[in-house]
Design a protein around this ligand. Structure first.
Ligand code: GLC
Length: 577
């Protein structure tokens, strides 16, 4: 159990006071940065709330729902990309980093949103997609128009093809969305030209992060947003930024799926030089006061590799994908231990994440025979017991919110929304669907617009009488899952989250690093957060006695004859003696 600081820790680097190091901040009087234990709510703007009735969410919609978020009790929002985008990958294909997509509103709407959220005590984290741009970005258009070897092309990864006529890709790298990571260009005279690299869709050409111009431009883009008041940056696809020079073939061991969490020594993922780039970003952030946070999206092989992103002069925190992808079984204990053990010495508070706009909704995943997910397509379409999935989701939420560090809630998970698995094929928009030859349906099922009220679509997502339907169809069965319906039901998933977040705020033990396991059977995760505050998750088939010295603060389902039933979590407080 990691309960002490590593005595070999180097002194804080420039711009990094001891006070801003997450786990250094629990001593008496120490300044604990807000992000050390923040609950962050992911807003996927296209699907959150549509104020103007065009069937897609917008920033006015987010502003209108700030009272809801404040009442829920979150500390921050992370807004998925809001920049102008041709939407080849749901906004993760950016054509201008200094503006807002017109479908979402204006730059002024964004600064107003940041300010209004701040007035309610809600910080704003934005999503910086810098591994790649859109192919419609003026930089890429200029590169296509410029000759081989030009500075415009040097911003991206353009290479000659292999084979006598250059008709084969420069190497064997695969794209995260299926197929090769290379596409060939066409010269102005119509002849085939160089190839360019794209770790994701062909509409998302990778930038060349070895290029000083690229580095400088992003320094300025980060400043642009910090100047507008954002409190943090999510670094999209951080391990992809740097590619091994010479671009050698990758050894995928015969499995051509994009299994980033399993790769070791891959030449286009988690290459060590990426850390130089991220440290540079950190130096830009450190120019600003107010505990600005960088959180890395870094799917890498194990907690040790992840720890490298969290060096004192690099990212403040990173998403914990091991926890996110984990099966619903006692193996969770090991993942919690690994996370705490690796992060304590580097001084970074853990994050706990259960869902996002990239993952199968929890209620669905936890209701299947296979509850873990290494790859997005794992389990897609298999039989699902939604009742069991929802029960587990409730238990998982209380586990996550009791662990030391920050937590992330993806919009709609606080309602227990299931994945929508029957979106008609012709409406699917995720590039994975097309790129996998229509074998992987992709992530649209977790991106269906949030149901707010009423008993029929659009469930208050769009205003009454809006002419345009939501961009992805909502199931009629969601009538019972709307915010309005759950608000009226004290046993709803929504109220469970509201109660949990309020108790988390009120109980000081949750705002320390204190964590210790209590003796229990291996199928029971039983831990204390400082003296007198305890969390028990029952993953065994049998009920678990909780002892007589404890009062129940909250439980994910009612106790049965004083015992905690299966697939349930309880928060307990020691009874005053
Ligand atoms: C990240 C995003 C995902 C996107 C990808 C490419 O993984 O979360 O939605 O498709 O990066 O930018």
């Amino acid at each position: 159990m990691p309960d002490s600081r590593n005595p070999d820790l180097p002194p804080p680097g420039p711009g990094q006071s001891v006070e801003t190091a997450g786990s250094a901040a629990s001593g008496a009087g120490a300044h604990r940065p807000w992000w050390a234990d923040a609950v962050v709510y992911e807003v996927y703007p296209r699907s959150f709330a549509d104020a103007d009735g065009d069937g897609e969410g917008d920033l006015a919609g987010v502003r209108a729902k700030l009272p809801y978020l404040e009442a829920l009790g979150v500390d921050a929002i992370w807004v998925a990309p809001w920049f102008p985008s041709p939407m080849a990958d749901g906004g993760y294909d950016v054509s201008d980093y200094r503006d807002i997509d017109p479908r979402y509103g204006t730059l002024e709407d964004a600064t107003t949103l940041i300010a209004e959220a701040g007035e309610r005590g809600i910080r704003t984290i934005i999503d910086m997609v810098a591994n790649h741009t859109s192919d419609q970005h003026p930089w890429f258009q200029a590169a296509l128009a410029a000759p081989e070897g030009s500075p415009e092309r040097a911003r991206y990864l353009f290479l000659e093809g292999k084979g006598p006529d250059g008709s084969e890709p420069p190497n064997n790298w695969i794209s995260a969305f299926g197929g090769p990571a290379w596409s060939r260009t066409t010269n102005p005279d119509g002849s085939p030209g160089q190839w360019y690299m794209h770790m994701f869709a062909p509409e998302q050409p990778d930038l060349n992060w070895d290029n000083e111009q690229v580095q400088q431009d992003f320094d300025d883009i980060l400043r642009f947003w910090f100047d507008r008041g954002v409190d943090g940056i999510r670094v999209d696809a951080a391990p992809a930024f740097f590619k091994t020079p010479g671009y050698p073939d990758a050894d995928y061991g015969g499995d051509l799926r994009f299994l980033a969490a399993a790769w070791v020594g891959n030449p286009h993922w988690d290459v060590d030089e990426v850390h130089g780039i991220l440290k540079r970003w950190r130096r830009v952030g450190d120019e600003y006061d107010g505990d600005r946070v960088f959180v890395a999206e870094a799917v890498v092989n194990g907690a040790e590799r992840l720890g490298l992103y969290l060096a004192r002069d690099e990212m403040h925190t990173a998403f914990n994908f091991e926890f996110l992808k984990a099966s619903w079984d006692p193996g969770l204990r090991r993942i919690i231990d690994d996370t705490l053990e690796v992060l304590a010495p580097v001084g970074s508070p853990p994050t706990w994440v259960l869902g996002s706009h990239d993952e199968t909704r929890l209620a669905t995943r936890y209701g299947r025979a296979r509850t873990g997910a290494l790859h997005l397509s794992d389990g897609q379409g298999s039989p699902t017991d939604l009742r069991l999935g929802t029960r587990r989701l409730r238990a998982a939420a209380l586990l996550m919110l009791a662990l030391p560090g920050g937590a992330y809630i993806y919009q709609g998970d606080e309602l227990g929304l299931p994945d929508v698995e029957d979106i008609p094929d012709h409406l699917l928009q995720d590039p994975m669907w097309l790129r996998s030859g229509h074998t992987i349906r992709g992530r649209d099922g977790c991106r269906v617009p949030v149901p707010w009220s009423g008993d029929a679509p659009p469930f208050g997502f769009s205003p009454d009488g809006a002419a345009t339907e939501p961009w992805l169809p909502q199931p009629a069965a969601w009538a019972g899952l709307t915010v309005e319906a759950q608000d009226a039901d004290p046993d709803s998933v929504l109220w469970l989250h509201r109660h949990a977040l309020r108790l988390r705020r009120e109980n000081a033990g949750f705002h320390t690093e204190a964590f210790s396991w209590r003796d229990s059977a291996p199928e029971v995760l039983d831990f204390e957060r400082g003296p007198g505050l305890r969390c028990v998750l029952n993953l065994s088939g049998a009920p678990v006695e909780l002892g007589t010295d404890w009062d129940v603060l909250l439980s994910s389902v009612p106790l049965e004859a004083g015992a905690l039933p299966h697939d349930a979590t309880a928060w307990l407080k020691a009874r005053p003696s």
